[in-house]
Design a protein around this ligand. Structure first.
Ligand SMILES: Cc1cc2nc3c(=O)[nH]c(=O)nc-3n(C[C@H](O)[C@H](O)[C@H](O)COP(=O)(O)OP(=O)(O)OC[C@H]3O[C@@H](n4cnc5c(N)ncnc54)[C@H](O)[C@@H]3O)c2cc1C
Length: 400
């Protein structure tokens, strides 16, 4: 159960960046509500943001380095953390579904270079297709005359949407097949006039992370920009039309791989709030004693610590299972994301309560942590969607 020295060194290195660079800047970027490019660049300079960095986190054979890095970053600040880690959703999609050639071409472009940093966006959701990805209406049609894909539609709530260089777009090639007719396309903004940014969303939390609609208006991309290649896609669609099972559902594959990592981000926020509340409770005096000397406060902190550790163990188990190729018999990835998101929302609310009136003010960071935490019960599948996935896995039945 003990972390090895490499994992501990990585944790301490990322923690240093979170403490010294992210924490001091957190409130400012939350108020500005804009992408913290200088901080992303600093992360790139030290190798924390970039192709080599992510490859190193991912290469740990136990699978634990990725959640450890995410927990530390989001302990530092979730908005800035998402500005740094938002790119990884597109990267996971390219890595999971792309050919070797596509991985080599597009993943480095997602990050740019140390002097010219870029971000990437993964765009699945649409105004009428959030939890129900089968309702995706963005269409990809193939133009034989020019050997290009032509994409049309509207994407919603895309992290880094419109400011990214590389956009991974989930589109329907055959609407009659529901989510089995979907495929993932790489759309480089600089080379495609048909992709534009729509309205930027003003948010409750994660405000240093850019979220926006993306419009695709006759967006033309080369035939080779479909992840996995056109031949493989054609073969898969033919199998589905014949009524055979399809192995790949583009959006769901990406979500399955990323859920424990997202859970680790929620744990980072929860741990920040717990640690802050613990110190506060040991200092603050009322009725002539420290407030932690009251069982109600001490027990709340005991529960927070217990729940956070419990969530972390679920996240580490799912990360280890994913990396070592274990079968997710009981939707353990969804379990970890469900638990972590709910613990973060609950623990940050408890932290506000322990700080009393101070907790409710912007003079103290816990209200920001609470705002940031709430998204973890919503994106990457809401808590209800995680429960549906788990319920179906444990029952073998089609629970609605
Ligand atoms: C800050 C932010 C960043 C995001 N980043 C991205 C991104 O980078 N890429 C991307 O593709 N998307 C992104 N999203 C979108 C996000 O994934 C969706 O908001 C999420 O999937 C929920 O979809 P929805 O908002 O349409 O809610 P809905 O699906 O409309 O759900 C509304 C409510 O109904 C419940 N509900 C729905 N169906 C059921 C059911 N069958 N049973 C029980 N309850 C149900 C839900 O749990 C929820 O409580 C982002 C969203 C936000 C807010």
């Amino acid at each position: 159960m003990e972390l090895n020295q490499d994992q501990k060194d990585m944790r301490d290195w990322v923690h240093g960046f979170a403490q010294n660079v992210m924490r001091p800047a957190a409130s400012e970027w939350d108020e500005k509500e804009s992408t913290p490019w200088p901080i992303i660049q600093e992360a790139a300079k030290i190798g924390l943001y970039g192709f080599e960095g992510i490859a190193q986190f991912f290469s740990d054979p136990t699978g634990l380095t990725m959640p450890i890095v995410n927990e530390e970053l989001f302990w530092g600040d979730a908005g800035i953390g998402m500005a740094i880690m938002g790119t990884s959703l597109a990267v996971a999609s390219i890595f999971g579904q792309g050919t070797g050639e596509q991985i080599g071409e597009w993943i480095p472009r997602c990050f740019g270079t140390e002097t010219d940093v870029k971000v990437a966006a993964f765009c699945a959701s649409e105004p009428n297709a959030g939890s129900d990805v089968s309702q995706i209406r963005t269409r990809a049609t193939f133009d034989e005359t020019t050997n290009e894909w032509v994409l049309n539609g509207q994407k919603a709530w895309a992290t880094n949407g419109g400011i990214a260089d590389v956009h991974v777009i989930i589109a329907s090639v055959d609407t009659e097949l529901g989510s089995r007719g979907h495929a993932a396309f790489v759309v480089p903004m600089s080379e495609c006039k048909g992709l534009t940014q729509g309205a930027k969303v003003s948010k409750h939390g994660l405000r240093a992370s850019h979220t926006a609609d993306v419009y695709l208006d006759d967006a033309r991309i080369p035939a080779g920009n479909v992840l996995g290649g056109k031949e493989k896609l054609d073969a898969r669609l033919a199998r589905v039309r014949e009524g055979k099972k399809s192995k790949s559902q583009a959006a769901m594959q990406t979500f399955e791989a990323s859920r424990p990592t997202v859970g680790a981000q929620a744990i980072g926020i929860a741990r920040a709030a717990y640690e802050y509340a613990l110190e506060y409770a040991k200092e603050r005096e009322q009725f002539g004693r420290k407030i932690i000397e009251n069982q109600s406060i001490a027990f709340a902190l005991a529960d927070m610590k217990t729940e956070i550790d419990c969530a972390r163990l679920l996240v580490w188990r799912a990360s280890w299972m994913g990396k070592t190729g274990q079968t997710f018999e009981n939707a353990e990835g969804s379990m970890s994301k469900l638990k972590a998101g709910e613990v973060a929302t609950w623990a940050t609310e408890r932290a506000i309560h322990i700080l009393g009136g101070n907790g409710y003010t912007r003079e103290y960071p816990v209200e920001r942590w609470h705002r940031d935490a709430k998204i973890y019960t919503l994106f990457e599948g809401t808590s209800e969607i995680q429960r549906i996935v788990i319920a179906r896995a444990i029952s073998g039945m089609h629970i609605k």
